[in-house]
Design a protein around this ligand. Structure first.
Ligand SMILES: Cc1cc2nc3c(=O)[nH]c(=O)nc-3n(C[C@H](O)[C@H](O)[C@H](O)COP(=O)(O)OP(=O)(O)OC[C@H]3O[C@@H](n4cnc5c(N)ncnc54)[C@H](O)[C@@H]3O)c2cc1C
Length: 490
């Protein structure tokens, strides 16, 4: 929590923004401002109506890049903290307004699909285009973005790029960093920057990566161009296998990936985690899920490699129809989020996740180390109702582990994060770093993993912190996100 550094008070900020963008672009309702002060990191306190942090001065809804530039110029001139947002599905505190009288800049009204180009195979949209809307539009032309995070119905292009998001078909299509062709962003002071769309270039470092993953802490993303692929679901082949040990499942997908195959989906669930998804058929075992897709000869070749891989390994087979059904109901829209909120209030029970990545040779050790430390060190073990993990995104050199943990809250809502989430999250992050992995695979650092950001990057932290100094020298962009708040600010 930090005091405002702005010489302007709340009414003056609201008045100035109303003057600059018009009354229809400004929101100052109490409920809206309270909700804008947090993201899903504080979902348990929020469902109880508790908002202890600073409440923003207002939310503005720009409609054009020029308006975003106007807002950012004003914020920079008057030292007002800016919190960019689009789909509001952030999970790590990235939307939290930790500075008094922050300005929330909501890009969701910038929601036009600007072009779909089936020759050059790219689509351009403004930052507020929901991924589901873009995906539906390109599918109507027999194309796909290949991006399918579970939050696809809600997440929007700006946030998806800002968080370095990744989707369920990542092994074939990659993460968002592999999909972005070019983009437009506004930097503090109102500097509009367009990174043009080219297939590849060797004109210096890849400057797209200054923006991708910047979590609102460097700039405001206004427009994004992503690649398109042919959509050929008729060729999809679904596979499910039950295996006795988690390590056996990981070993199988390692062999498949490092042999050069690229199933679009490649997952291994521990039994505890599998129970939440596959209660009907998991039989207390680990579940391996694979999907082969693409042009028919390629999908068939991948499917054949999967068959051969498991021919030599002890397993039980799952009906492919069940895996396909599961996929078709995996994504979360507003209904699921509302149902989760109602259940939290009713049951005082919560599920959370921490996703990290590690080299193949350390996956088993990471899994066991986290399980052991939580079971021996977590003081509220009796309240833990589930602890499991899955690997869901794999690479030539390693994979991610997505730890999932549910607990019953036998404390006041305000204590939930300190008593339950933080100690569990810390163990997972510490173990990933100890084993040479990354403390965050795809949700972003937000405000709740900043304590480890220097350890994460080591001597390369110099590069990251220099970006902040260079592009946001007055420190107005999403304070406390990626970069810890300075002690003087707290
Ligand atoms: C149910 C659920 C499932 C999820 N599944 C996945 C998943 O499968 N894969 C995955 O990667 N993530 C997942 N997430 C996390 C989240 O959906 C992603 O991080 C997503 O990319 C956020 O997009 P958004 O539009 O909602 O961004 P927001 O929540 O609005 O913002 C996220 C961050 O980006 C910044 N930001 C937003 N818009 C802009 C902009 N225009 N310019 C600059 N910065 C901006 C914000 O300041 C914030 O730090 C999931 C979340 C939920 C709730």
């Amino acid at each position: 929590m930090a005091p405002s550094r702005s010489p302007l008070n709340r009414p003056s900020i609201v008045q100035a923004m109303t003057h600059l963008l018009g009354p229809g672009a400004v929101e100052t309702g109490d409920e809206q401002l309270k909700e804008a002060s947090v993201d899903r990191f504080k979902k348990y306190t929020a469902v109880h109506g508790i908002y202890d942090g600073p409440i923003p001065a207002l939310i503005v809804y720009p409609r054009t890049t020029r308006e975003v530039a106007t807002v950012l110029r004003f914020a920079d001139d008057h030292l007002i903290n800016v919190v960019p947002r689009t789909g509001r599905t952030a999970t790590e505190g990235g939307l939290e307004t930790v500075v008094e009288d922050s300005l929330v800049v909501d890009g969701s009204r910038m929601n036009a699909i600007l072009s779909i180009d089936p020759v050059d195979m790219m689509a351009t949209g403004q930052c507020g285009v929901r991924l589901q809307v873009l995906e539906d539009a390109v599918r109507a032309q027999g194309l796909t973005t290949g991006h399918s995070p579970q939050s696809k119905p809600l997440a929007q292009l700006g946030g998806l790029v800002a968080t370095r998001s990744i989707g369920q078909f990542s092994t074939l299509y990659g993460g968002i960093e592999d999909m972005v062709v070019g983009l437009e962003a506004v930097f503090p002071g109102g500097q509009v920057t367009r990174i043009k769309n080219v297939p590849r270039r060797a004109a210096g470092p890849d400057i797209r990566h200054i923006v991708i993953g910047s979590e609102g802490a460097l700039c405001f993303i206004t427009e994004v161009t992503v690649k398109l692929f042919r959509y050929q679901p008729e060729n999809n082949r679904y596979f499910g296998f039950l295996v006795e040990e988690f390590a056996d499942g990981v070993d199988a997908i390692r062999e498949l990936i490092t042999a050069g195959y690229r199933p679009s989906v490649c997952r291994v669930y521990s039994p505890q985690d599998a129970r939440q998804h596959f209660a009907d058929f998991y039989q207390g075992q680990n579940v391996v899920v694979l999907v082969a897709e693409g042009p028919k000869p390629l999908a068939d070749a991948t499917a054949q490699a999967i068959e051969e891989l498991f021919a030599d390994r002890p397993h039980e087979r799952v009906d492919p129809g069940r895996i396909q059904d599961w996929f078709e109901n995996l994504n979360w829209g507003q209904d699921q989020i509302d149902a989760e909120k109602a259940a939290m209030l009713r049951d005082h029970h919560l599920g959370y996740t921490t996703e990290v990545s590690v080299d193949w040779s350390r996956v088993g050790e990471l899994f066991e180390a986290v399980m052991t430390r939580i079971r021996t060190e977590f003081p509220r073990l009796g309240d833990l109702t589930m602890l499991g993990a899955h690997s869901s995104h794999s690479y030539q050199t390693g994979t991610n582990l997505y730890f999932v943990y549910d607990y019953t809250i036998n404390s006041s809502p305000r204590e939930e994060i300190e008593v339950y989430h933080k100690p569990l999250n810390a163990i997972i992050v510490e173990e990933a770093l100890r084993l040479g992995g990354s403390m965050v695979h795809h949700h972003g650092i937000g405000k709740y993993r900043t304590a480890w950001v220097e350890q994460e990057h080591g001597s390369a932290y110099y590069l990251l912190s220099t970006l902040k100094q260079a592009f946001d020298p007055r420190g107005v962009m999403n304070a406390g996100t990626i970069f810890p708040l300075e002690p003087d600010d707290e």
